[in-house]
Design a protein around this ligand. Structure first.
Ligand SMILES: Nc1ncnc2c1ncn2[C@@H]1O[C@H](COP(=O)(O)OP(=O)(O)OP(=O)(O)O)[C@@H](O)[C@H]1O
Ligand SMILES: [Mg+2]
Length: 291
């Protein structure tokens, strides 16, 4: 992971205004500086309407900034017309509720749609589709079905596979687990991690869930009313309880419990964020106390 070097994808003072010059004018994001490094999973969290989807759509050039820049490998993605289309393949965006955008007769065709447009040679399309299906644990037998025959969770996986098939260097997912049950959520998160681990791609994971951030992210950006409120490693951000509370967010229960124990004089590491990490940490402390 190249955390020290130049960011793979970044925004500089990115501002977007919807309906500029109309009575409905609305500044959705303002002066946003956001960075994603190669191979990392960056979580983005914020309330409804805070600007997460607006930011996401700038990362693959679906929206054009009112001001500010988006840089991929240090180059402004809006300088030169050709660049915009190549950015759309390098930065893959899975929309909020992407299953509503499935439209082909078969799962295979739906997943193949983006790859075909990306200029992958015909002979390589089939393997790209099946490898993407593997990442999201869709059985080959599903390929010939209509996407509309599938369950909600399976449809979501088809939509994610359609983006993964293009092998994006940055995979941006806008609330990929919204509306799924806990098992479906865990599965989607593990598929995302598998894609990152196998390809070294970066991931931007937009979510409403601090627990998902704790489980998956290396770093986290908190966005509030269109501006970056906090950013850093998951450990750093979760330790800023006061700042999170001020904007109406809370660190995961596990982090808060560990902080209370620490305040009571128990020598736990407050950086543990998931239940599994906390159990390991409590066992360690119990072991130390017995020794
Ligand atoms: N197409 C649009 N036209 C006008 N205003 C918009 C449009 N899309 C979003 N907005 C406004 O911009 C702001 C940011 O919206 P955005 O969808 O980026 O937020 P979000 O953080 O993704 O919210 P959610 O968690 O509900 O998905 C909101 O005030 C929203 O009402
Ligand atoms: Mg959104």
């Amino acid at each position: 992971m190249d955390k020290g070097g130049e960011a793979l994808l970044k925004t500089e003072k990115l501002t977007h205004i919807y309906g500029k010059g109309t009575p409905f004018e609305r500044t959705a994001i303002k002066d946003v500086d956001f960075e994603v490094h190669s191979g990392e999973i960056m979580g983005v969290i914020g309330h409804t309407g805070s600007g997460k989807s607006t930011l996401a759509q700038h990362l693959n050039a679906l929206l054009k900034p009112a001001s500010g820049r988006v840089l991929l490998n240090g180059e402004d993605i809006w300088r030169g017309e050709k660049k915009v289309s190549s950015v759309r393949f390098a930065v893959g965006l899975v929309f909020q509720y992407p299953e509503y955008q499935l439209f082909e007769e078969t799962v295979y065709k739906d997943i193949a749609f983006g790859v075909k447009n990306s200029g992958v040679p015909e002979k390589d399309i089939e393997s790209a589709v099946y490898s993407a299906m593997d990442f999201v644990h869709l059985d080959k037998s599903v390929a010939a079905k209509s996407p509309f025959e599938l369950s909600g969770g399976q449809k979501r996986r088809v939509a994610i596979a359609g983006v993964i098939a293009m092998m994006p260097k940055v995979l941006v997912l806008d609330e990929p687990t919204a509306g799924l049950d806990p098992k479906g959520r865990r599965e989607i998160l593990s598929h995302i991690r598998a894609y990152r681990d196998a390809t070294g791609a970066s991931v931007v994971l937009i979510t409403h869930s601090m627990d998902e951030i704790a489980r998956l992210s290396d770093r986290v950006t908190v966005i509030n009313r269109g501006e970056i409120a906090l950013g850093g490693s998951v450990r750093e951000v979760f330790s800023r309880e006061d700042s999170l509370t001020r904007i109406g967010l809370r660190a995961p229960v596990v982090s808060r419990v560990l902080r209370r124990l620490h305040a009571m004089g128990i020598d736990v590491d407050c950086g543990a964020c998931t239940v599994e990490q906390a159990i390991a940490e409590l066992k360690r402390v119990a072991g130390d106390a017995r020794a």
